[in-house]
Ligand binder design. Structure first.
Ligand SMILES: *[C@@H]1O[C@H](CO)[C@@H](O)[C@H](O)[C@H]1NC(C)=O
Ligand SMILES: *[C@@H]1O[C@H](CO)[C@@H](O)[C@H](O)[C@H]1NC(C)=O
Ligand SMILES: *[C@@H]1O[C@H](CO)[C@@H](O)[C@H](O)[C@H]1NC(C)=O
Ligand SMILES: *[C@@H]1O[C@H](CO)[C@@H](O)[C@H](O)[C@H]1NC(C)=O
Ligand SMILES: *[C@@H]1O[C@H](CO)[C@@H](O)[C@H](O)[C@H]1NC(C)=O
Ligand SMILES: *[C@@H]1O[C@H](CO)[C@@H](O)[C@H](O)[C@H]1NC(C)=O
Ligand SMILES: *[C@@H]1O[C@H](CO)[C@@H](O)[C@H](O)[C@H]1NC(C)=O
Ligand SMILES: *[C@@H]1O[C@H](CO)[C@@H](O)[C@H](O)[C@H]1NC(C)=O
Length: 889
């Protein structure tokens, strides 16, 4: 065969220059093509005669059997392909495309390893003679597809104006020399559904931007750099919402064919990654589709209503385990308002913070977390009433699949201190001495349920009102107890107990005394974090005082009872008197008593009581102003017989004594920390003391004496007392004479100090009052004559207060008929004692009668008459003096 062929070729070459002859051309081999791709091989015929539409048939000679022609496909009907290709032809996996009548393309749409071999294109003769070539051959190699293109990211989310970098890894392991090209494409949401090229790097390293990226390529916003042996990086600066879509990268492997043209033999696209671009003006809210799903989204919050300062936590829980979810949080202040972007967390962990939340995020007040594949949280640590109230939207998106879900929940943040109130209460405002008492400070208002720190200060104002409210104790928001340092209540710390829960504080005071009585108040202070959430700096926000409560500490009810019956007592001069102060019952067995004795004069009737003496609870005796003289101090004494019997001793009763006496008992107890306290006082019944003259007291002798003496002799008249006058007493003895035709006239007086007074000089010569011994009062008549005869009286006036002769002493003599000679007393005497007056008058008449009847002419008759009432301390003596000297002579 070979020599013939060679000859034929020789002819062909030779004759070609002369006349046209059939010539079959085939694409120049050897071609290298990658397995799995769609390839073509061309074939055409020229120099033919006959019909324009030429037939073609393709065969293959495989390297395993180079002699065996395997028919693949032909253009004419009679053609029968080899069995192996039959199915591939029928399924149009292999087909012929006619370009012209004499030019075709063989298509192998899915190149397989066994497609490698020597291909022959044959054209049956349509000419009148065989002339030229009828077939042509070329070799095809099938190489494995080792091209790969990958991108690690799955989705991206960017704000308008952000930049983006995407790296694509493209590599091949082909043994032949190939070139690679890399290109980035985007499927835009609003586009026509086809990918738009962003930029590409050609096999000969030329950068070519896509038509819509020309300008941004020129401005440098769009770049593509080969950053490593396999790495190709796309950078886009100043991302625009129009950049949103799905981005992928494509790598193409190129081979240079023997005809020197470059042919792409393999191409690989990466997965598409979704790029979300948030417009800063408008959210890219995607209506939920409940780029269909079984996922359900649950949005919950820890506080649907809370107060400023507490942390708001939102849980956005999805039911899917899909990993590439991103979350975006929005706040809608009120219905109809555009949503405000808070923050977002991409599937790759990229955190984006909205403009209005940026500062709070820097302060650590904002936190976004992904707790599970579809469990997201948003925490706002220090909520504010104005900034954080509203509707919160959680938007979960799966951008690569074009799915999103969203849910909304409302939260209300109330201002701190709203409706805050402190109420102080007590079970018993009146506390018994030594009893425990409790006060409750109840804090109400919206802040209480939340974790807002509240400090409670207990304050006290004592009953004196000298100072304002002072701090007793403070429980800080952190739970520390700080005791106040003001003096009156230092001891309180020892006996007070304080407890505090979030809304109630209890102050328990053990064993109350007077010091604990006063006004109580609690004051609550709300604190808010002034600094970042993570710092502990706090600032007081509001201070609210409670209502005050007055605590009265009441002493034990007094059970003091004294003996109140009235009594009267007759005393005689110089007698000692004992007046009882009897106590029937006391409040406390061991209480201490203060006893005060009072004196109430009998006259005038409404006279104020005078304090005699007081023995205080600490056994100190004190005399009243009117009883302060040494004499009275020695006269009046108080004495304790038992806890139930006290006595007043009055030594040596005299005219000062009459009057009413009573005691006042004041019961004292010693109160710890507070000193002595009076439980109450009670007066006793009054004891009326009457001063009486005893029977053996000096009385003037009431017998009439008649003394007869002779003229020119002396005579002595005696004022006779039945018993002697007290040596301490002062007296005044007055002598009177009543002559026949004359009214009674005073002769003279003698005083207890011995001084003598005469009414006139004549009298002084003839009659001398004198007191030869104590209690003996005499009138010596010297050298009597007839005219000396008459009726003589003596009057003894006595002072009971021996140290004073002042008229007040005189008049205050309690013996009711002693002032017979004083004008006041005489008046009273006349008023109250007409019988006595009558007696005296009768006495005078009788005297005159006796004188006329019995007195002898020659004698000077001195008649002494003594008139005395029982209690009278003034005695009147009357003597009939008869001078007898004449008769004797
Ligand atoms: C055969 O066809 C191809 C493709 O149409 C063309 O490039 C080539 O020049 C043709 N060859 C001849 C000999 O006509
Ligand atoms: C095809 O390849 C084989 C083996 O290398 C070779 O013998 C043959 O001549 C080639 N055919 C063409 C047309 O080059
Ligand atoms: C969401 O998930 C969190 C964490 O697992 C859980 O504490 C919360 O109760 C969940 N909320 C809802 C509404 O399921
Ligand atoms: C009185 O007695 C009570 C106990 O019965 C005691 O506690 C108190 O200290 C006593 N007071 C005085 C003043 O002795
Ligand atoms: C006696 O007392 C009277 C009155 O008090 C007084 O005037 C007189 O001087 C006194 N006489 C003597 C000697 O003390
Ligand atoms: C009263 O007089 C007596 C006796 O002379 C004397 O001891 C006493 O101190 C006097 N009292 C007053 C208060 O003068
Ligand atoms: C005066 O003395 C009489 C006799 O003792 C007595 O009955 C009377 O009550 C006394 N008067 C006064 C005011 O004490
Ligand atoms: C004393 O004398 C007077 C008058 O001469 C007479 O009235 C009176 O009863 C006498 N007294 C006595 C106690 O005899």
């Amino acid at each position: 065969m070979r020599p013939i062929q060679w000859l034929a070729v020789g002819f062909f070459l030779l004759l070609d220059f002369c006349t046209g002859q059939r010539m079959v051309s085939i694409q120049k081999g050897r071609l290298y093509r990658a397995k799995g791709y769609h390839i073509t091989i061309w074939c055409n015929v020229s120099g033919y005669q006959g019909q324009l539409q030429q037939d073609f048939q393709w065969s293959i000679y495989k390297p395993s059997a180079p002699e065996l022609e395997l028919k693949i496909i032909g253009t004419h009907d009679q053609f029968s392909p080899y069995a192996v290709y039959d199915q591939r032809v029928i399924s149009r996996e292999i087909y012929i495309e006619r370009l012209q009548g004499d030019s075709i393309l063989l298509h192998l749409t899915d190149l397989k390893d066994q497609d490698a071999g020597e291909y022959q294109c044959y054209t049956p003769n349509t000419d009148s003679k065989y002339w030229g070539t009828y077939s042509a051959k070329m070799n095809l190699s099938v190489i494995p597809d080792t091209l790969s293109a990958t991108m690690k990211m799955r989705s991206l989310s960017r704000d308008q104006g952000d930049s983006l970098e995407l790296t694509c890894e493209v590599s091949t392991a082909t043994t032949i020399h190939t070139h690679l090209s890399v290109a980035w494409y985007i499927f835009k949401k609003e586009g026509d559904g086809t990918a738009q090229k962003i930029i590409s790097l050609s096999r000969d390293f030329v950068l070519l931007p896509g038509p819509s990226y020309q300008q941004r390529f020129s401005s440098g916003d769009v770049r593509l750099d080969k950053t490593g042996s396999k790495e190709y990086k796309l950078s886009i600066a100043n991302i625009q919402p129009s950049d949103q879509g799905e981005v992928y990268c494509e790598g193409v492997e190129w081979v240079q064919d023997p005809d020197e043209t470059w042919k792409d033999i393999a191409r690989k696209q990466t997965d598409r990654i979704s790029l979300t671009v948030r417009s800063l003006d408008q959210p890219t809210y995607i209506p939920p589709l409940f780029t269909e799903s079984h996922m359900q989204l649950f949005l919950s919050t820890n506080h649907e209503q809370t107060t400023e300062g507490s942390a708001l936590v939102f849980h956005c829980n999805g039911t899917t385990t899909e990993k590439s979810l991103s979350v975006t949080w929005w706040r809608i202040e009120k219905n109809g308002d555009p949503p405000l972007f808070i923050a977002s967390l991409d599937q790759d962990g990229t955190l984006k913070i909205g403009h209005s939340y940026f500062e709070r995020s820097v302060n650590g007040e904002l936190r976004l977390e992904k707790l599970g594949p579809s469990i997201f949280t948003l925490t706002i640590y220090k909520s504010s009433a104005t900034q954080d109230t509203g509707l919160y939207r959680c938007e979960v998106a799966e951008l690569s699949k074009g799915k999103s879900w969203s849910q909304e929940i409302a939260t209300k943040v109330e201002p701190l201190g709203l409706n805050l109130n402190a109420e102080l209460s007590s079970r018993k405002p009146n506390v018994k001495l030594y009893e425990d008492f409790e006060l409750f400070c109840i804090v109400s208002g919206n802040s209480i349920t939340s974790q807002v720190p509240v400090s409670i200060t207990w304050q006290f104002k004592d009953s004196s009102g000298m100072t304002g409210y002072q701090q007793v104790v403070k429980v800080t928001a952190g739970g520390n107890v700080e005791w106040g340092s003001f003096a009156p209540h230092l001891s309180l710390q020892k006996k007070a107990k304080i407890t505090k829960s979030s809304s109630v504080s209890q102050l328990l005071i053990h064993s109350a005394t007077w010091q604990d009585a006063g006004m109580y108040r609690c004051e609550i202070e709300i604190w808010e974090n002034s600094g970042p959430a993570r710092s502990s700096a706090m600032a007081p926000h509001a201070v609210i005082p409670s209502n005050p409560i007055e605590i009265k500490v009441i002493p034990p009810e007094s059970k003091l009872i004294t003996y109140t019956s009235e009594k009267s007592l007759d005393v005689f001069s110089n007698e000692d008197i004992t007046i009882d102060c009897k106590i029937i019952s006391l409040t406390k067995k061991n209480s201490t008593l203060e006893i005060t004795w009072y004196f109430l004069p009998l006259y005038p009737k409404n006279a104020a009581p005078l304090m005699i003496l007081r023995t205080s609870y600490d056994h100190i005796s004190e005399y009243g102003e009117a009883f302060n003289s040494p004499r009275q101090k020695s006269k009046f004494h108080s004495k304790k017989i038992s806890n139930h019997l006290y006595q007043l001793l009055i030594l040596s009763a005299d005219n000062d004594v009459p009057g009413k006496y009573y005691c006042e008992v004041n019961e004292w107890i010693w109160v710890i920390d507070a000193g002595w306290h009076s439980l109450g006082k009670m007066g006793s019944g009054q004891t009326t003391v009457y001063f009486k003259l005893s029977e053996n007291k000096p009385h003037i002798e009431r017998t009439n004496h008649s003394i007869t003496t002779t003229e020119n002799e002396d005579g002595t008249l005696k004022c006779i007392l039945k018993s002697p006058i007290q040596p301490t007493y002062r007296f005044l003895v007055s002598w009177f004479k009543k002559s026949e035709h004359f009214a009674a006239a005073t002769l003279g007086e003698i005083m207890s100090n011995g001084s003598v007074w005469y009414s006139n000089v004549n009298t002084a010569r003839r009659s001398q009052p004198h007191s030869p011994s104590v209690g003996n009062f005499c009138l010596k008549l010297q050298d009597v004559e007839m005219a000396s005869a008459g009726l003589f009286f003596c009057q003894v006036e006595e002072w009971q207060a021996p140290n004073s002769t002042a008229p007040i002493q005189h008049e205050s003599v309690p013996t009711n008929s002693s002032q017979i000679c004083s004008p006041h007393s005489l008046y009273r005497f006349l008023l109250f004692y007409p019988p006595v007056l009558f007696l005296i008058l009768v006495g005078v008449f009788l005297m005159l009668y006796f004188r006329r009847k019995h007195v002898p002419k020659e004698k000077v008759a001195l008649e002494q008459n003594m008139i005395s009432g029982e209690e009278l301390t003034v005695w009147l003596a009357q003597s009939h003096f008869e001078p007898s000297g004449k008769n004797d002579k």
